[in-house]
Ligand binder design. Sequence first.
Ligand SMILES: Nc1nc2c(c(=O)[nH]1)N[C@H]1C(S)=C(S)[C@@H](COP(=O)(O)O)O[C@H]1N2
Ligand SMILES: [Mo]
Length: 341
Amino acid sequence: MATNFWKNLVWIALGTAIICLGSCTETPTDEQLEVWRKEAIAGNAKIVADQGKNQQQNPWNLVIQGETTNNQTVTLNWDQLIDLATTTVRTTDANYVVQPNKVFEFKGIRVSTLLEQMGVKSSVTDITFVCYDGYQVTVKLDDLRNYPIILAVARDNQAIQRDSGGPIYLVFPYSQYPNIKRVYDDSSWAFYVSHIVVGTEKAGVRLGNSELKLSDLDKLPQTTITNTVGYPIGWPSNKIKLHGVSMQDILGDFNIKLTPQGQIIVRGKAGVYHSSSNPVSLTAANLQECVVILATRWGDQKLPITSKMGGPVTLAFGEDCQDKIKNRRWVTFVEELITQP
Ligand SMILES: Nc1nc2c(c(=O)[nH]1)N[C@H]1C(S)=C(S)[C@@H](COP(=O)(O)O)O[C@H]1N2
Ligand SMILES: [Mo]
């Protein structure tokens, strides 16, 4: 079955090649990439919507993107994931606190095998797992190659429940290799994984029909804020500098004027940011009262924001936002701005 799956994938790739007849190059065009990206995002948004509607059916996709050999995004649906889940790992479960020594049989997809099939650029060292709730975990590619670290879909032959990290749970072979605990503690066991990001993606924030790349953001006036960050993981806990473009300047550049009732919705990669009932939204008043930026760099050295930190683009709030914006969320992996003027 797994072989069959990869055959299908090749077939899909071939189908795409046929469409661009004659003028085909090895690298897909930006337009093609954009189509694939949109498909992946639309597919994921749909899964998330269905997930909300019907918990029983439990559909789930896994999206693989970033610095793969072809810069392609691949979305695997649940049936495909089950077909690929051929690796068994017997280990204790870092989060099974009732019986910390109980050994479970996890069944899942060995991450290194999946990445081998996808192809990874030779410069890549880190692989980041993004979860439905916006949490992320980064694992060294070498460690994925050296240890059977799996995306588990079953524990003792049962689907993994949400409260145990399912439907896709990142599992480390603690029992066989106790030493890896020192590098990957219980916080590394990512729950409800929805994306694998290979290396760090290129910045690309959609706004209407446009896509803001890093070079576009760099052309706009640059704003620096200094604050304690509210990202879930991967950042220093002291006050730090974040550099990027203020939301006001982005709206100004696109000639978008928000009415007093208007708002701008900020969407990150994770499913939680695709909920229509609880979006991250900023009003015109919010943006007048305090500084909100799309951050592209951090620290005194203006380092790029890697996947490990939820980059390349994150949402950041100035200190003056403290009491002014309720339900502030420091969105990681920002991918889209939706304006409702
Ligand atoms: N998706 C996701 N996975 C996650 C977390 C999380 O917040 N979200 N927390 C991590 C941490 S810090 C620990 S200790 C374990 C258990 O988290 P819990 O105590 O919140 O259940 O899951 C890890 N995996
Ligand atoms: Mo934790």
